[in-house]
Design a protein around this ligand. Structure first.
Ligand code: SAH
Length: 374
């Protein structure tokens, strides 16, 4: 073994253009190699340096010694009656995350996870109940898109542009894993990689204000905010992060977010919990809170999970709630779960994986509701 070689190889999968340029400079190579390699990895889907024919032989050999393009393993791929698809992806430490693809008439949305578990502990969210394990690396985040693009391009009826939108609405709070989420967002947007427009990459946050401000400076992606209540008392209970970043500050941050692009609006997510936040009074509070703001509202009927005390609002209550918001001038949509039958197949998983993925399936099922909206 060559003693000059690093103990671990650098995984190039998660490097955006800037990081990739730095990498090439650090090994004494020209920075323009960055875009060539990003194209090979993300546009062509190559993992073997030997196939990168526009790099000289010496460089290919050097890269093989010090770097790698490491993609996590797909443990299972499932598809639902309605063509919703999901991949259970096993990370190198054994943890699993799920990625979901939701096809619709004129678009295909991929719902991506940013953390294993979540620290926020929102009362109505099953992931919150399972605790926090760790942040995903940039490579593990972008790998979900890499895998889905490749898998879909092999499927009949799909093509390599099947994924038109990405939403960071899987497990975790993306704005608490900012440093790793940002390069992944840049790769999604990059013309050398997935070329997704700024309107088609959405970050969803419970309201981590400092990170939202940095996100605004560093990127131009779309934003969804998990509101769920129009007053602090109720929101403190449903989204404990509200105690740290209360509604007044959050609304100010939201107002500032697209102030340079007044035509863009934030999507406000609002889970419909029976008898908790779904009465006309709550809708009116929301109207007041959001007055003069350019927002769309996405009502998400609660997706129940074992041991939860919450229940989904009735259709009648959801209709009334929606009508109040619409009459006040807010574009308001209601999403219903898709991919329901995937749950049935969940019993086919075995052992440890079954336990983990079942929790995650319940969670991801909840994500399907609103992800298809974007
Ligand atoms: N941490 C991010 C991403 C969470 S997932 C955030 O809070 O925005 C995206 C949405 O699903 C959030 O609005 C979240 O509150 C909502 N959600 C979580 N559990 C749910 C459930 N059981 N039923 C319906 N929506 C749920």
């Amino acid at each position: 073994m060559n003693e000059n070689l690093p103990a671990t190889k650098t995984n190039l999968l998660g490097l955006d253009l800037e990081n990739m340029r730095q990498f090439f400079e650090s090994i004494g190579e020209k920075p323009f190699r960055a875009q060539q390699v990003i194209k090979w990895i993300h546009e062509v889907g190559v993992q073997d340096f030997e196939l990168m024919t526009n790099l000289g032989k010496a460089l290919r050999e050097k890269l093989s010694e010090i770097a790698e393009i490491k993609v996590p393993t797909v443990l299972l791929e499932k598809s639902a009656e309605d063509d919703t698809r999901k991949w259970i992806i096993q990370l190198s430490d054994g943890n699993c995350v799920e990625t979901v693809f939701i096809p619709a008439k004129n678009r295909g949305t991929l719902c991506i996870s940013s953390q294993v578990g979540c620290i926020l502990n929102c009362d109505f969210c099953s992931t919150g109940k399972q605790g926090f394990s760790r942040n995903l690396t940039s490579a593990e985040i972008i790998a979900q898109l890499w895998i889905a693009v490749r898998a879909l391009s092999l499927k009949q009826g799909f093509h390599d542009r099947a994924i038109t939108n990405v939403v960071m609405m899987g497990m975790g709070e993306p704005m608490l894993n900012f440093d790793n989420v940002l390069p992944a967002l840049q790769i999604m947007r990059s013309d050398f990689a997935y070329s997704l427009s700024k309107y088609r990459v959405t970050v969803s946050t419970a309201g981590v204000i400092p990170a939202m401000k940095v996100l605004r400076e560093k990127t131009d992606v779309a934003l969804a905010v998990s509101l769920h209540a129009g007053n602090n008392e109720l929101r403190n209970k449903l989204v404990p992060l509200n105690k740290k970043y209360p509604l007044e500050e959050l609304m100010q941050t939201c107002k500032d977010f697209f102030k340079d692009e007044p035509k863009r609006s934030i999507v406000m997510e609002y889970v419909m919990l029976d008898g908790v936040n779904d009465e006309p009074l709550h809708a009116r509070q929301l109207v007041k809170l959001l007055s003069n703001m350019s927002v769309k509202i996405n009502l998400i009927p609660f997706n129940p999970f074992p041991h939860t005390t919450y229940q989904r609002s009735t259709d009648a209550n959801i209709d009334t709630f929606q009508r109040i918001l619409s009459n006040a001038g807010y574009f308001t949509t209601v999403r219903r779960t898709r991919g329901d039958d995937i749950d049935a197949a969940c019993g086919q998983l075995v052992g440890q994986v079954q336990d983990r993925t079942r929790r995650q399936e319940r969670y991801l099922k909840a994500r399907l509701i609103e992800a298809e909206e974007f």
